[in-house]
Design a protein around this ligand. Structure first.
Ligand code: AMP
Length: 146
C-alpha cells in the first residue's frame, strides 16, 4: 500500500452523514502520519455570484458557511484530529474535490460511497465522478443504509 502523506477528506454534512467516512480517514491518517484537509463544498451557492443584486444573499452565504464551519469543528473535536486544514468553498462537489486534490498534491481522497442522493446507485454520483477523474488514490467508504 502507498505511503499516504496528505489525505483529502470530503464531507457533505447532510443529515444522514455517515461518521464512518471520517473514522476511516482518521485511522489512515494515524497509520501513515498523514495530514488531513477536510473539504466541504457549498453546492447550492454557485448561483450567488450572479445573485449579488438580491438583498440578503451574502448574509445567507455567510450563515451557511458559519454553520458548516461549526459542524466541521465538532467533527474535528469528536475525532481528535490533530494535523488538519479546512476548506469550505462554493462550487460543484466533484469538480472542487478533484481540483483541491490536484492543488494540494493530496495522495488519497476519502469520501462516502453515497451521500444526500441516497443508495439508489451502486456508487453515488460524486464518488463515481471523483473515481474517474482523481489524480490520486480514492477510498469510497461504503455508507450503510440507515
Ligand atoms: P453523493 O454523490 O451525494 O452520493 O455523495 C457521496 C460522497 O461525496 C459524500 O459522502 C461526500 O464524501 C462527498 N460529497 C458529496 N457532496 C459533497 C459536498 N458538498 N462537499 C464535500 N463532499 C461531498
Amino acid at each position: 500500500m502507498a505511503d499516504y502523506k496528505h489525505i483529502l477528506l470530503a464531507v457533505d454534512l447532510h443529515e444522514n452523514f455517515d461518521d464512518d467516512v471520517v473514522t476511516q480517514a482518521v485511522k489512515l491518517a494515524k497509520e501513515h502520519a498523514a495530514k488531513i484537509t477536510i473539504v466541504h463544498v457549498l453546492e447550492h451557492l454557485t448561483a450567488y455570484g450572479i445573485a449579488q443584486a438580491y438583498p440578503g444573499a451574502f448574509e445567507i452565504e455567510e450563515s451557511i458557511r458559519n454553520e458548516a464551519t461549526e459542524t466541521i469543528q465538532s467533527l474535528i473535536d469528536k475525532h481528535a484530529i490533530k494535523d488538519v486544514d479546512v476548506i469550505i468553498e462554493p462550487g460543484s462537489p466533484k469538480m472542487l474535490i478533484i481540483d483541491k486534490a490536484k492543488e494540494l498534491n493530496a495522495d488519497l481522497i476519502v469520501l462516502g460511497s453515497h451521500g444526500r442522493h441516497g443508495l439508489s446507485l451502486l456508487l453515488g454520483s460524486t464518488a463515481n465522478a471523483v473515481l474517474h477523474h482523481a489524480p490520486c488514490d480514492v477510498l469510497a467508504v461504503r455508507v450503510k443504509e440507515k
